[in-house]
Design a protein around this ligand. Structure first.
Ligand code: UDH
Ligand code: NGS
Length: 399
């Protein structure tokens, strides 16, 4: 009997010991974290981000984040801005963290404008109740991506308002059909935006990348910032250490220190790597937000017509060290064909020429020999008539 009791006590003590260890582990890792981990295992998987809840819905949310418009109702239109407005707080109280992103069909620019009543002509905004601490211009290189632009505007306007920025959105539209040149359009955007306002930060932003967390603040750092560090298409990881593509932010001083961006990368690839190299040649470093915050969803698409992979890009990259002072902001040549202050953005349509210069013609390798002759200079294009019509119906609000 005594031996039986002895062994019973032994088991009881062992059981209590195991419980103690489990409790100690739970409290060390954070009870809530652990419990929610177990709950997640047993919970039914939720619908995907592009699933049922639409971006237009005020209740669009799932576990990945909240509706980007959710807390903007807290903003009231100010009754006349005085000189004595207080500065906005250093950290905006409207920032909420992860944002739910989906791409429902049927969204129109008019709907986006209605959801952003405080945005004024040219896509400009200032917080109504405080003086912004930061002035940020968004520069978007563009051609034939109106569908993506609508989504970007839908998400970017409230995202920037949540950050209490004084901001403006510029779309730099390449005229004609000649090979696309992303970096040169950025140089145009820099000069044209700075002509309008003394911006203290410029965000160079691909049209197809939607930020997924509003703690990714669109303000400049002491060094050039690479913001699109974690994209869904790369599994929310940096694809390689020197990657500087997608979305980056530079102050005017940073931009001039590296002589802006290269003008001679025609077609897809390499220009963002060249820009990354220029950062270090200009004596600066690349700064980055955390991977938790610098998250972006890319609107899926194929390589565009007129933006074939540039076969010269590797040779050009090998020469960045020799070229960066000879080609960049100090040599950029272009002709602005139109500047339109639409309700949600400023559109600058620009003629940027070809490899051979602004007015010279080169036989394009992209055009087959039998193709009809092109005019000597690329015919200027405006944004498609449909988009313009939509913009005009949606007349600007007053400043
Ligand atoms: N862009 C346009 N129109 C074009 C081409 C590019 O607006 O015709 C702009 C747009 O802002 C875009 C950015 O330039 O987001 C970058 O171009 P991209 O989206 O084509 O480049 P990305 O590297 O995607 O994001 C390429 C898709 C597949 C490339 C495969 C090559 N191996
Ligand atoms: C590199 C390209 C970059 C490009 C990056 C991501 O290889 O321009 O891939 O491309 N550099 C060169 O080609 C030299 S992506 O996966 O987004 O298509 O940005």
């Amino acid at each position: 009997m005594a031996t039986w009791l002895q062994s019973k006590w032994r088991y009881l003590f062992m059981f209590l010991g195991v419980q103690l260890v489990v409790m100690a582990l739970l409290s060390r890792e954070g009870y809530h974290k652990r419990v929610s981990y177990f709950i997640r295992i047993f919970r039914k998987p939720e619908t995907t981000a592009s699933g049922t809840s639409g971006a237009g819905s005020p209740h669009a949310r799932n576990h990945t984040g909240s509706d980007v418009y959710a807390n903007l109702s807290l903003l009231a239109k100010a009754h006349g801005r005085g000189d004595d407005m207080p500065y906005c707080p250093k950290t905006s109280p409207l920032i909420g963290g992860p944002i739910h992103v989906s791409f429902p069909s049927g969204l129109t620019l008019a709907q986006v404008a209605r959801k952003n009543p405080l945005v004024v002509r040219g896509g400009r905004y200032r917080p109504p109740d405080c003086e912004a601490r930061h002035r940020t211009a968004i520069i978007i290189p563009h051609r034939n991506r109106e569908h993506h632009l609508k989504f970007l505007l839908y998400y970017l306007h409230p995202f920037l308002q949540r950050q209490q920025l004084n901001y403006g959105i510029y779309v730099i539209h390449q005229a004609g059909n000649y090979t696309f040149n992303r970096a040169k359009l950025m140089n145009v955007g820099f000069r044209e935006a700075m002509r309008e306002e003394d911006w203290d930060c410029l965000f160079f932003h691909d049209v197809d990348l939607i930020p997924e967390d509003d703690r990714n603040t669109y303000m400049c750092d002491a060094n050039p910032k690479h913001a699109a560090i974690a994209m869904d298409k790369f599994g929310y990881k940096l694809p390689y250490k020197m990657y500087f593509g997608g979305v980056s932010a530079l102050s005017p001083l940073h931009y001039l220190k590296m002589n802006g961006f290269p003008n001679n990368y025609w077609g897809w690839g390499g220009e963002d790597d060249d820009i990354g190299i220029r950062v270090s040649l200009g004596g600066m470093f690349i700064s980055r937000p955390s991977v938790k915050v610098g998250r972006y969803k890319m609107i899926k698409h194929k390589l565009d017509k007129g933006n074939d992979v540039n076969p010269r890009r590797f040779n050009m990259l090998a020469k960045t060290r020799q070229m960066w002072k000879l080609d960049g902001m100090n040599t950029v040549e272009y002709e602005v064909l139109s500047r339109d202050h639409f309700p949600l953005y400023t559109n600058i349509t620009v003629h940027i020429g070809t490899e051979a210069g602004l007015h010279a013609t080169v036989p394009s390798p992209k055009i087959p020999a039998k193709a009809p002759a092109k005019p000597p200079v690329e015919a200027p294009t405006k944004p498609p008539a449909k988009l313009q019509q939509e913009q005009q119906q949606n007349q600007p609000t007053n400043h």
